[in-house]
Design a protein around this ligand. Structure first.
Ligand code: ATP
Ligand code: MG
Length: 444
């Protein structure tokens, strides 16, 4: 089972030959036991950083975090983080330890790790080292704090997010006392940096069990995203809906491809509904204007989490337009491709599909959404004109016939694009220019 890459064998063997202990540790051991390929290999060793450097003399070494005991060995294209066995010192502000202390005990090093499934080590020589029952928890699909959960979440509150992230990604349950402690200590997350929270949130949302975690741990998510607070216990009370708002949202998230901007958009797409609520004479709820309100809230939330601009902008745009009406006709699809760009248009269809699948199946629009996708694909494959840059004339051509550069030029190009999409004129230079002269009154 433990067929380690030759680079890893090389590193372990070298350290062991020099008289030190050395193991692969943490996420990679967990992943191998789950028969998943690890994303990277971390090594833990009794050697101190200077000793590790001496062992790998002549090799490519990066001093990643000497103070924390980490040296990175770059071997045949593979980076290996080699960290000295350590005990974390005092913790300040529920964040990272202010100091670390090296130790000669592997068990002590494993004891500082967050969950039992992440607190195992392995070497060919010794086999699996598992002092906290990680292998059994892995088998039983359980996330359990190493040691007292309250103490561990107080040391580093990010572990609260990590717990629910692993539960989502692995599809595991969180052990009862760990779970209780998560709810008890959830507010400590306010002390954690946005970047660390955002990284865990994104992984959580892209996890296979995201729906269940969003519903079960909603109160935790609310701490980092107060914008979603009003979604709890909010009945939609409208024939298009069969689920309360939170459940609808969670189902929609899970129906969306596991890409961060899409999943973030889905989580927040309806968060403005409670603010937009009106009730008509029949007692039916409506949420006019909610996409815009949701988009504004999402913009604030995602910027606060310091997600990158591309992710924030795409998520916000998708939220803003998630209810846009696009009729499945060539003309209206071309207009939509022009308005959104093909990239955003196809993502918008994913959002619409996920949203629709989480609504009353009586009003399902799945065929319509599929038709939009087919039409757009055909338009693009045929290279049909749907944007100004595909017009057979450019700004220069129009200036040459006397249209002043600036606002008027833009208007003329828009006018021609519309005429082409509406099949009033063929997209050929001569035709366009004479059409413009005839209709536009742009004669010089
Ligand atoms: P992933 O597959 O997402 O990389 P991972 O378990 O490898 O998961 P990392 O963040 O790469 O997670 O951390 C490597 C190891 O370091 C973990 O398996 C765990 O043993 C330990 N660890 C990471 N973060 C913490 C933390 N906040 N508190 C305690 N131990 C941690
Ligand atoms: Mg890792």
């Amino acid at each position: 089972m433990f067929n380690l890459p030759h680079q890893v064998d090389f590193a372990l063997n070298k350290l062991i030959a020099a008289g030190y202990e050395a193991f692969i540790v943490g996420g990679c051991v967990r992943d191998i036991l789950r028969q998943k390929a690890p994303s990277d290999y971390d090594i833990t060793t009794s050697a101190e950083p200077e000793q590790t450097k001496a062992v790998f003399e002549g090799e490519k070494i990066i001093e990643t975090g000497l103070k924390h005991g980490t040296v990175t060995l770059l071997k045949d294209g593979m980076p290996l983080e080699i960290t000295t066995y350590r005990i974390d010192g005092a913790y300040a502000d529920n964040r990272r330890p202010t100091s670390v202390q090296f130790t000669k005990s592997l068990t002590e090093d494993l004891a500082r790790r967050d969950f039992t499934i992440n607190a195992m080590a392995f070497s060919e020589k010794t086999g699996i080292v598992d002092p906290f029952g990680g292998e059994a928890d892995l088998q039983n699909k359980i996330i359990r704090s190493v040691g007292d959960a309250d103490r561990r979440f107080n040391e580093d509150a990010l572990r609260i997010m990590r717990a629910i992230r692993f539960a989502s990604v692995l599809g595991f349950k969180i052990e009862e006392s760990t779970k209780k402690s998560i709810f008890k200590n959830k507010n400590l997350l306010k002390n954690i940096s946005s970047e660390r929270i955002a990284a865990e949130l994104v992984k959580l949302l892209c996890g296979k069990n995201a729906k269940q975690i969003i519903v079960d741990y909603f109160e935790v998510l609310e701490v980092i995203l107060p914008e979603i607070g009003k979604m709890k216990n909010f009945n939609q009370n409208n024939p298009h809906h069969i689920y309360p708002l939170l459940e609808h949202t969670a189902i929609a998230v899970e129906n969306t491809p596991a890409e961060p901007p899409l999943r973030l958009a889905m989580l927040l797409h309806d968060c403005g509904k409670p603010d937009a609520l009106t009730i008509d004479e029949q007692g039916v709820s409506h949420f006019y204007g909610h996409p815009e309100i949701s988009a504004q809230k999402a913009k604030a939330a995602l910027s606060r989490l310091k997600l990158d601009n591309a992710t924030v902008n795409l998520a916000v745009e998708l939220i803003k337009h998630h209810d846009a009406d696009i009729t499945p006709t060539e003309k209206s699809v071309k207009k939509a491709l022009n308005k959104y760009t093909p990239e955003v248009f196809f993502k918008l269809l994913e959002v619409k599909m996920a949203d629709n699948l989480a609504q009353n199946p009586k009003y399902n629009r799945i065929d319509e959404i599929k038709a939009l996708k087919t039409m757009a694909t055909e338009i693009i494959n045929k290279n049909d004109c749907y944007s100004i840059k595909q017009l057979a004339v450019n700004g220069r051509d129009l200036i040459n016939i006397g249209i002043p550069a600036g606002k008027e030029l833009g208007k003329a190009l828009d006018f021609l694009l519309n005429a082409v999409i509406n099949e009033k004129v063929e997209n050929k230079k001569e035709n366009l220019l004479s059409y413009l002269k005839e209709k536009g009154g742009f004669n010089s």
